[in-house]
Design a protein around this ligand. Sequence first.
Ligand code: ZN
Ligand code: ZN
Length: 114
Amino acid sequence: MAEYKTKEQKRKFYDSQHWKQLRVKVKQRDNYECQECKRKGRVTIDTNEYSESAKRKKIMLVVDHIKEIEDHPALAFDEDNLQTLCVNCHNKKHGRYVDYSLWQKSTKWNDEWW
Ligand SMILES: [Zn+2]
Ligand SMILES: [Zn+2]
């Protein structure tokens, strides 16, 4: 059983071809909409996926593990354990604050991001 406890193990996971294909699939399944916003009756889509002009909005989506892979490694590739979230909801879920303007410029690795 694979483990995703260390930063290195997680990096390997998020760098994997399998994950990259899966997150595309999940975003398609979720119509490029944030599922958490959707539950609240809002629609937040990944404008980056569409037009050049919409890029200004910079709404980014991540594919989130509903149950963290650290605690549930068996669910790492389980589509039922995956949901599309916008960065705002994702950060709220994980209780962290990230400065996106900084992130844009840095190449620093951030778990579920790419
Ligand atoms: Zn959201
Ligand atoms: Zn997450």
